[in-house]
Design a protein around this ligand. Structure first.
Ligand SMILES: *Cc1c(COP(=O)(O)O)cnc(C)c1O
Length: 393
């Protein structure tokens, strides 16, 4: 990467119109948690007007809840979307967004190494309903475009979250539009601060808010953002009937943690790059998979980077001993919170290729995924250094 990515902590400062205190009788600085399942009506007329869509008001919290709606509006604003919908998890958002657009006999084009449970959703659930899924090397733009004609949906993840392969979003989005293919991008890694897929022509954006948006490892939540028409279809066809709504308290946790997102992301960006560069120069590291490094560097669509990436160790390093020698860095599968974490691909590769995307599409058993949390780069590097030394055969 030649140029230093731009960082503007205040680009996405919460707009005044969304500040909750405007409607709050006590001028509370922080929005209330509407911990209620139902909302009351003063009259037959009011109820009928709301049912008929003549006036707007929440009816029941499996549909709308004001605390959850505040989060939905903020994410829509940050992604430049007309609307957003929150879910109980990232998978809830993924399943609803996909189910709203595919039916029996339809074909989905996706990337190999797609998020492992999205892969299982495709293989275990959608296949039972006759949906066909093509897994393509997302870095091969021509192959992606060649797969589009006749497909219903292109499901992308930029970058993928184990081997960090990139897709050329503007080019794929343009081709998809020509062929009438709906496009979805999982943007959990870059967050709305560092990549806005809708501005690149993509139809729908997914967030696993369990990761950076929540940012504290205390919440599982998901969102999908897009046009009024696309979100409207998710709302009318799927959302109320699969029931994966977000709890008001968890929406509140994500809202709270959004306030620190720019500051956390600046740290993940800077510390992640510093640790990745250090690993890149280490004699026992053979490959660093970070979207800022190497031939596929993603200059075009990112204004900054997440702190999650992978690297491969040389065969002089015993993977299990390396992982066990880490002290500051813990072993754990999620990411985006304060903890620095590793996941060794080797541990997952024993799962059958039927249900394991990494075994199916070839991830080296020397691959280690690293989440650079809120620790200093120096602290993470010194832990990696001592563990690499300890694990050297
Ligand atoms: C974790 C994750 C998801 C799923 O989110 P959940 O909230 O765990 O359901 C989706 N995509 C990516 C890239 C993830 O890392």
């Amino acid at each position: 990467m030649n140029e230093t990515p731009r960082f503007d902590a205040y680009r996405h400062a919460i707009p005044d119109t969304l500040m909750p205190r405007r409607d709050d009788p006590f001028d509370a600085a922080v929005p209330p948690i509407y911990q209620t399942s139902l909302f009351l009506f003063d009259s037959y007329k009011e109820l009928e007007d709301v049912f008929a869509g003549r006036s707007k008001k929440p009816i029941y919290s499996r549909g709308d809840n004001p605390t959850v709606q505040l989060l939905e509006r903020r994410i829509a604003e940050m992604e430049g979307a007309e609307e957003a919908r929150a879910f109980a998890s990232g998978m809830g958002a993924i399943a609803a967004a996909v189910l709203a657009f595919v039916g029996p006999g339809d074909r989905i084009v996706t990337v190999r190494h797609v998020y492992s449970d999205a892969f299982r959703f495709f293989e275990k659930v959608l296949k039972r309903f006759g949906v066909v899924v093509d897994y393509i090397d997302g870095t091969d733009t021509e192959a992606m475009i060649a797969a589009l004609p006749g497909a219903r949906l292109a499901y992308l993840e930029n970058p993928t979250s184990m081997v960090f392969e990139l897709q050329d979003l503007p080019v794929i989005a343009e081709a998809a539009r020509r062929h009438g293919v709906v496009t979805i991008v999982d943007n959990s890694w870059a967050t709305p601060l560092y990549q806005n897929p809708l501005a690149l022509g993509i139809d729908l954006v997914i967030h696993a808010a369990s990761k950076y948006l929540g940012g504290q490892s205390d919440t599982v939540a998901g969102l999908v953002a897009g046009s009024k028409a696309h979100i409207g279809r998710i709302n009318s066809e799927i959302y109320p009937y699969t029931g994966a709504k977000l709890a008001p308290f968890e929406a509140w946790l994500v809202l709270r943690n959004l306030e620190t997102l720019p500051f956390r992301m600046r740290h993940h960006h800077e510390a992640g790059l510093e640790v990745a560069s250090w690993l890149d120069a280490h004699e026992d590291v053979t490959n660093v998979m970070h979207p800022a490094l190497g031939e596929h560097a993603g200059k075009r669509t990112f204004s900054g980077f997440g702190g999650l990436f992978s690297f491969e160790v040389s065969d002089r390093i015993d993977v299990a001993n390396f992982v066990d020698a880490l002290r500051l860095i813990r072993i754990g599968v999620s990411w985006g919170g304060p903890e620095s974490l590793v996941v060794p691909a080797k541990a997952a590769l024993s799962i059958s290729p039927e249900t394991n995307v990494f075994a199916r599409f070839g991830v080296s058993d020397r691959t280690i995924r690293l989440n650079v949390g809120l620790h200093s780069a120096a602290a993470v590097i010194s832990d990696l250094e001592q563990a690499l030394l300890t694990a050297r055969r």
